[in-house]
Design a protein around this ligand. Sequence first.
Ligand SMILES: Cc1cc2nc3c(=O)[nH]c(=O)nc-3n(C[C@H](O)[C@H](O)[C@H](O)COP(=O)(O)OP(=O)(O)OC[C@H]3O[C@@H](n4cnc5c(N)ncnc54)[C@H](O)[C@@H]3O)c2cc1C
Length: 458
Amino acid sequence: MAVQRRILIIGGVAAGPSAASKAARTNPDARVVLFEQSDAISYGVCEIPYFLAGEVRKDDLMIQTAETMAREKGVEVRLLQRVESILPTRRAIKVRDLSGGRVYEEQYDRLVIATGARPRRLGLAGEDARNVFTIRSFDAALALRSYIDGERPQKAVIIGGGYIGLEIAEALQIRGADVTILEQRESILHDLDEPARNYAQDLLRTHGVKTVSQAVVVALPVDATNRVTHVLTSHGTYPADLVIVAAGIIPETTLASAARIRLGRTGGILTDHRQQTSIEGVFAAGDCCEYRDLITKRPVFAPLATNANRSGWVAGQNAAGGRATFPGVLRSLAVRLFEGQIARIGLTEREAREAGFHCVTETIVSSSRVPFMPGSAPLSVTLTAEQETGRLLGAAFWGTEGAVLRSHAFAVALQHSLTLEQLQKIDFAYAPSFSPLWDPLLIAANALEKKRSTGTRR
Ligand SMILES: Cc1cc2nc3c(=O)[nH]c(=O)nc-3n(C[C@H](O)[C@H](O)[C@H](O)COP(=O)(O)OP(=O)(O)OC[C@H]3O[C@@H](n4cnc5c(N)ncnc54)[C@H](O)[C@@H]3O)c2cc1C
């Protein structure tokens, strides 16, 4: 008979449920128990902007419940249970039952930490006022949605011009608010190639969303009813009846550090390629971890649902006795912004240079289909490759159709270290309704290879 294993999982959104399901499937004799401090698990965080906009219903966000996890996956879920410490020498965790206050210990043979990340705070008085929100959890989404429905805010200020700030900006604009995004850096979407960034900026402008760059928030004055009335920045004052803080996140490593589990250079939990931490038998996955960037080979904090689910899967399989590996990440990201879509895969030109690559970059504008076919729309690609070898380093795709799905083909090429020359020879399918004869990705590869081989540098 197989050895009964007790596998405990801390955290219940993306990495935790993925690890739990995989562990139970890998070793059906194991007892898998997932602890979550809130009262919900396995919900669609990435869909929250669309819930706020009114495009999807609350129930649509729920992927699994404690009951379906038990029935369909064989995982015991304990809600409203906060893990307060990990006791590696005793192979145990200490848990507080938030519904009754009882504190108890649970033994483990294997442990998976999937505690995620928490919003970065600004450290300003007024941050906890009743019209200031962060968006990270189901509860936070419900609170914000109820505020929008009840108060109908007219002036919304979003602090942070990353992709989440932009998605929320769109949602609030759809709900009728006048939206301003404040970004402390020189531009929004800092992690995108400049032409793609300009596209996003144009889309926001067209839809009446204002952006202010190099605006550092210095104060959030509140009135007698504990509401922020305006946002004071190094750049001016912005009246607000709703403030969203989307200023980044920090890996939630409190438990891990207290248990002397090693953290990496980025602040996330350090793991090996099997997602095992510095303590044998303790695994970690998701936003609480740092990953390895597949292109630079350096550690990177890449808090994305894709990475959380994939690393959770690996952690769960290994916790159950399997031998899975997690190769690393390309930081592949897609964003919908009004009618536009933007994707980035791998490094931007700036990131490639900062990582020490001698690179070439080219941007082309093509079309999503044969240009005169109904529905055809402009589609742009920025491609970056190594000057000497032609090895692909990264790309961005944008337009109103076909951008994100095309980026998938590029991700395959990048993950397998193809060169421009190899990419040029790929046999993509063609029909006038779906692409031009030369797909925009191939057009970009041809243009960049020409530039690279003639030694032209930007
Ligand atoms: C608005 C928004 C949109 C997004 N859109 C996308 C997208 O389009 N594509 C994409 O790839 N990614 C997207 N993301 C990122 C993605 O949602 C996260 O990467 C993902 O949720 C990370 O999952 P996780 O399980 O690692 O961590 P989390 O989602 O942070 O979950 C961790 C869980 O652990 C629990 N926990 C923590 N400590 C304890 C403890 N001590 N005891 C018990 N429980 C504990 C927390 O309560 C939490 O429920 C988006 C994020 C946001 C906020």
